[in-house]
Structure formats: C-alpha cells, structure tokens
Design a binder for this molecule. Structure first.
Ligand code: SAH
Length: 249
C-alpha cells in the first residue's frame, strides 16, 4: 500500500486531510485511486494510520481513519550522520541509502578536504537533498523523513557532540578499535543502549590530521570499519548497517 505524509494538524478526529497537490495527483492519476480505497498515512512525527478515502477533489482528499498505531518502521536508535560533502552526485546516494538504513538526521560538513566546487550553490543542493530524503522514506515505509540540515563547518559541528550518547568516528588510520567493539563496550559500560549516536565520515580525501585530533579531543571515538579503505559514500552506509545490527536487530 502506498504511504502518504501529512502534518499532525491535518488529523482531525477520525478524518485525515491530505492537501498536497502532488500527492493528490499521484493518488488519482498514477495509482488510479478513488473513494472507498484504502491508504496509509503518516503524521510525520508519531503515528501511522490506515484510512479509507471518503471525498476526493483536485486539492483536497478526506479519508476516514480505520486503524492507528505508533510507527513500526522507525528504528529506536537515533543516528545522526555527519558527512563531509563528497564530489558531485555522491551526496544523493549517501542520503538515499542511509535513509533506507534508518538515519534520522544528516548534517553535511565542510571540512579541509571538501573540494571547492562543492562549496557553492548550497540552497539549491539542500532542496534537492531534502527531496531525495522524502522520496526514499516513502519507498522504505518509514514514518519520519530524515532531517537534512544546513551544512556546517566541522568546528561548529563538534560543539554539538555533547548532545549525543556516543560519537563514532570511523577513521581509516584507526587500527585498534573496531566499531563493533566500541558499540559493545558502550553497552557494557553504560548498561543501557546508546540511543543518540553520531557518525562522522570524511569526504573523498578523508580528514586532515588536525581535524582527526579535534574530533577525538571533543569526544569522537576513533573506530575502524574493517581492513579495506571504503569510499566515502560506502563508509556511511557500512557504519549505519553496523550500528543497526548491534543496536536494533
Ligand atoms: N584518506 C583516505 C580515504 C578516505 S575514505 C585515502 O584517500 O586514502 C573517506 C572516509 O571514509 C574516511 O574519512 C573515513 O571516515 C571513512 N572510512 C573509509 N574506510 C574506512 C575504514 N576502513 N575504517 C574507518 N573509516 C573508514
């Protein structure tokens, strides 16, 4: 069943209002839906509903709720990916794939080795990245669209580290601690699962030595993702899958 997204204020008693014209066009023209058909609706924050279409106009659909439950498709672990902005197009892949894997927030990072041509035209890129996140979430039946935040410099992002239970720093020069050990140690030491987890991934050229020092000083735990060097767009996906394996499955 196709899932639609609306805002909590559009849930009025047992009626759900859908007023996004693109969604309505998709419903009627592509899915050929009409009165009496059932849809799945997420309120984008907490609840998901099954509802039956009661009225259908060009700019307004009303559907009656038949069932309501808390999101089942959302991981409990709240992962923020801090991603050094990679070369053209690769950020699209990172956003799409990490959304499927359950990321909650993506913060694009300006770091020493982000190439200059990727630093421009940010408002347009941000709009595109947000659209990709919204599309990916529909496909994978999650309830919440991951936030893609405004890009910030690494130094600024580091100020937010204390807000996380754990900041994982996959670093290709880290030979001693694997991500598995870091996660399992955290489980042992804290006796409760880390919930808010940050993962910080460098761009193609990785992090400079000074950046690596800064990240560790601010509490980032250097971890290895394995014996091979992964491309930047692979590293985020791999880290996400490993975190979910340890904390969710
Ligand atoms: N500086 C490297 C490659 C950077 S790979 C070089 O050019 O040789 C881009 C990012 O992916 C790195 O900053 C790191 O965050 C992550 N990464 C890739 N392979 C990794 C591994 N085996 N262990 C941990 N992190 C890795």
């Amino acid at each position: 069943m196709r899932r639609f997204f609306t805002e909590p204020e559009n849930i009025r008693g047992d009626i759900i209002i859908i007023d996004d014209r693109d969604d309505i066009r998709h419903m009627s023209r592509v899915l050929r839906m009409s009165v009496g058909d059932e849809i799945e609706v997420s309120d984008s924050s907490e609840w998901e509903y099954r509802a039956v279409i009661k009225t259908m106009d060009r700019d307004l659909v009303e559907a009656e709720i038949v069932d309501k439950q808390k999101f089942s498709g959302e991981p409990v672990t709240d992962v923020t990916l801090l991603q050094g902005i990679p070369k053209q197009g690769k950020m699209d892949t990172v956003i799409q794939k990490t959304t499927e894997l359950g990321v909650k927030t993506i913060i694009p990072l300006f770091t020493d080795r982000v190439i200059t041509s990727e630093k421009g035209n940010i408002p347009k890129k941000l709009e595109r990245w947000r659209r990709i996140a919204a599309e990916a979430v529909k496909q994978c039946k999650r309830g919440v669209i991951p936030k893609v935040e405004e890009p910030v410099r690494l130094q600024e992002a580091a100020e937010k580290f204390p807000a996380f239970d754990m900041v994982l720093f996959p670093y290709e020069n880290e030979r001693t601690t694997t991500i598995k050990e870091a996660l399992r140690n955290a489980l042992k030491e804290e006796s409760k699962k880390p919930v808010k987890v940050a993962v910080i991934i460098g761009p193609e050229g990785g992090f400079s030595d000074e950046e690596a020092v800064l990240i560790k000083e601010r509490g980032g735990r250097g971890v290895s993702l394995g014996k091979t060097i992964l491309r930047t767009e692979t590293a985020g996906m791999a880290a996400l899958a490993m975190i979910m394996y340890e904390l969710e499955l």
